[in-house]
Ligand binder design. Structure first.
Ligand SMILES: [Ca+2]
Length: 167
């Protein structure tokens, strides 16, 4: 026999799974996927995986270079709707600025999904909405302005769904 509390618990769990504010068909398809950084700040700390672990208090960190990038391999093609990039929450918002967000079925054929101009606040969120019918396996963010930069996002969230329905 269902109790009211059990029903409420189930409703809450469903909301966590689908994330408030997004269509229920969409999920963060980047979560726990493979991440490649163009370079590493540290041999052990701040790996690319920190950008897809669902934790906003840690971050991935590239080395110092002109146009550092971070690429997520979603494992297979998804229909991509929105991509959110969260800045690190402890400091250094200047390390996340002027970013190209690209999506592609192959790493050498990436298309621009959107561009983020300027900076955000500490711990802030930037987002781009991809053109309709954007499909891809790889998502890449890259700083495209300035002579020398670090790239240190706390999290990259990719809202997508399977190309042919069903997870
Ligand atoms: Ca993180």
């Amino acid at each position: 026999m269902f109790s009211i509390s059990l029903v409420l618990t189930l409703i809450c769990l469903c909301e966590v799974q689908t994330s408030l504010g997004h269509h229920p068909d969409l999920k963060n398809v980047a979560y726990s996927k493979k991440v490649t950084l163009s370079s590493r700040y540290h041999r052990v700390h701040y790996p690319g995986w920190n950008a897809v672990n669902g934790v906003l208090s840690d971050f991935a960190h590239s080395g110092h270079e002109r146009s550092p990038w971070l690429r997520i391999d979603l494992g297979r093609n998804f229909r991509i709707h929105e991509i959110e990039v969260f800045a690190r929450s402890d400091c250094c918002t200047h390390q996340l600025h002027d970013v190209d967000v690209k999506v592609g079925k192959r790493t050498h054929r990436m298309r621009l999904c959107g561009h983020i101009t300027g900076y955000t606040r500490t711990g802030g969120r930037m987002a781009v909405w991809c053109p309709n019918h954007t499909v891809g396996r790889y998502v890449q963010i890259q700083i495209v302005k300035g002579v020398s930069n670090y790239l240190s996002p706390a999290e990259v969230v990719v809202w997508g769904k399977p190309v042919h329905g069903g997870f």
